[in-house]
Design a protein around this ligand. Structure first.
Ligand code: NAD
Length: 365
């Protein structure tokens, strides 16, 4: 890979390679854009097949965080980290060593949990740096963000219904949900309480039976999921479920769920959905509740403030849907414009930022 041309084309500010043989640490931290504030994004730990895959993943994910934070109205930029390791071999030393690298960036990057990293790992990082969120409650953490992600997703579904159907009335509305894990199960509860009829698919039968018993959800197979005569599809499991194979068979009018990277090819598949008059709710806008939750640890966690910021997701989506209609563009393109407009307006400021002192003042050593 031509590293500098890759970074230049994606717009990254800084990429840091961390290597500490004493703790078996091999990690990459990517800071995409700090115009709005310090770059916040989780640390993903995976046994990547090769270093190039790890690099591509961290570059792509960190850029996504810039757009996500910008649309969520947060004073944060986009960053992400990957640790190349087998999840079975993670150790306290590895995370403490990683924490020292995070500290060395002086607050330009703030980390959190992601795939295969948890609160205990963040607590170990916290021993070396204050620039970490998602730590345990005793250290000022906010706990599992899944509930807030589900709440934001629920608000996003309501915004999409208002736009597509002209009203928010769940009675008689059929919603199919792929994935009833940490976020999906809370979402099922919110939707059931409002009177929606649920259709659920998961690879874990136990979770499906639980949703059937609790919320009278109908259990369906993955194949049925993409052919069902329903109103809304909520992807809440994995990425890329919206692709050239699945989109032509969809019969829903709205797609709104919490999964990351729902479109296999963002430009091509968002346009396909637009042409089919299926309202796509951009994933990084609707699923920002968890990010809003951890971001509030930085300024001092306040549940009321978090809830009002999560509720704002609906207003942002309304504005994105309206803009997409007005300009005849996909909602994916409109979300990108929304984020870029906010970043540009701040980048035009003439006074130098001092975000290290103001925005992260609460993270005291
Ligand atoms: P999770 O692992 O708790 O739940 C995912 C569920 O999907 C599991 O029940 C799993 O069995 C199921 N699943 C996996 N593959 C499947 C398949 N092929 N078909 C059907 N079901 C399948 O994860 P989560 O925390 O609930 O996150 C769900 C999605 O939302 C992920 O894409 C995640 O990246 C994204 N997300 C989560 C948060 C959060 O706060 N947890 C925030 C933003 C985005």
């Amino acid at each position: 890979m031509k590293l500098f041309s890759q970074v230049e084309s994606m717009g990254h500010e800084q990429v840091v390679f961390c290597h500490d043989p004493s703790s078996n640490l091999k990690a990459i931290i990517a800071i995409h854009d700090t115009t709005l504030g310090p770059a916040l994004g989780g640390t993903r730990l995976l046994p990547y097949d090769n270093e190039e895959d790890a690099l591509i993943d961290v570059l792509r994910l960190s850029r996504g965080m810039t757009y996500k934070a910008a649309c969520a109205g947060l004073s944060l930029g986009g960053g992400k980290a990957v640790i190349i390791a087998d999840p079975k071999q993670k150790t306290e030393q590895m995370f403490r060593s990683f924490g020292r690298y995070v500290q060395s960036l002086g607050g330009r990057y703030i980390t959190a949990e992601d795939m295969n990293t948890n609160v205990t790992n963040m607590d170990h990082i916290r021993l070396e740096t204050k620039y970490v969120t998602g730590v345990s409650a005793g250290l000022g953490g906010s706990g599992d963000p899944s509930f807030m992600t589900a709440k934001g997703t629920f608000f996003g579904i309501q915004a999409a219904m208002k736009h597509r159907f002209g009203k928010v009335d769940f009675n008689g509305i059929k919603i199919c949900i792929q994935g009833v894990g940490a976020v999906g199960k809370h979402l099922c509860k919110f939707l059931h309480e409002k009177g929606a009829k649920l259709f659920v698919s998961d690879i874990d039968d136990k979770k499906l039976v639980e949703m059937h018993n609790l919320y009278n959800a109908t259990i369906i197979s993955e194949r049925e999921l993409f052919n069902l005569e329903a109103d809304i599809y909520a992807p809440c499991a994995r990425g890329a479920t919206l692709n050239s194979n699945t989109i032509p068979s969809l019969k829903v009018k709205i797609i709104a769920g919490c999964a990351n990277n729902q479109l296999e090819d963002e430009d091509k598949h968002s346009k396909m959905l637009k042409d089919l008059k299926i309202l796509y709710t951009p994933d990084y806008v609707i699923n920002a509740g968890g990010l809003i939750n951890v971001a509030n640890e930085i300024t001092g966690y306040n549940l009321e403030k978090v809830e009002s910021e999560v509720a704002r997701i609906a207003l942002t989506l309304e504005s994105i849907f309206t803009d997409a209609d007005k300009h005849g563009i996909s909602t994916h393109e409109a979300a990108k414009r929304f984020a870029e407009k906010r970043i540009k307006s701040v980048s035009n400021l003439k006074v130098m930022s001092q975000f290290d002192n103001s925005a992260i003042g609460n993270l005291k050593k």
